[in-house]
Design a binder for this molecule. Structure first.
Ligand SMILES: CC(C)(COP(=O)(O)OP(=O)(O)OC[C@H]1O[C@@H](n2cnc3c(N)ncnc32)[C@H](O)[C@@H]1OP(=O)(O)O)[C@@H](O)C(=O)NCCC(=O)NCCS
Length: 132
């Protein structure tokens, strides 16, 4: 394994770390939900693309729960993993953990599922061959 390989998430799980900057918060000083969803959708896309090695698009999101607010300045870790493989679709569970950068305290802030569909050059669904 080369040195760079150690920084790549496994084929089944993807981790992405973000930081909550001032432009990303609502008028309560906590992370705007739309940005959380954007990050989660992106994590689901990276995870599903690595799994299938096809062009993936989001068809649905489900079971989104905003459990805890995320304060300005927190680090946020998104963990995405494939929980179901269909014919042309993958269901990816995404959990978003908030982390206080000074204390290291972590909380599950938001979670949800994203259904990603593999598409061909014509934009129509294609079969996913990887069952890993
Ligand atoms: C994704 C797209 C190509 C699918 O085309 P479609 O003709 O609707 O697809 P199908 O009905 O054949 O369904 C394809 C898969 O999605 C699943 N699916 C369809 N509707 C779904 C829904 N509402 N929720 C969950 N899964 C759904 C089907 O079960 C099927 O999965 P399977 O093959 O593993 O059983 C089309 O809907 C599309 O282009 N949507 C826009 C995508 C987009 O722009 N996303 C945002 C940017 S990435």
């Amino acid at each position: 394994m080369s040195e760079s390989d150690t920084f790549v998430s496994s084929q089944n799980e993807t981790a992405i770390v973000q930081t909550v900057f001032p432009s990303m918060v609502n008028h309560y000083g906590t992370l705007f939900g739309g940005i959380a969803l954007q990050w989660m959708d992106h994590a689901a896309w990276v995870c599903s693309t690595r799994h299938a090695r096809k062009t993936m698009v989001t068809i649905a999101s489900d079971k989104i729960v905003f459990k805890k607010p995320v304060p300005l300045g927190n680090m946020v870790e998104l963990r995405a993993r494939v929980v179901k493989t269909g014919n042309t679709s993958l269901t990816v569970e995404v959990k978003m953990f908030a982390e206080n950068p000074l204390t290291g305290d972590r909380n599950l802030a938001t979670q949800g599922e994203f259904v990603m569909v593999a598409v061909g050059e014509d934009g129509k669904p294609v079969q996913i061959s990887s069952k890993s």
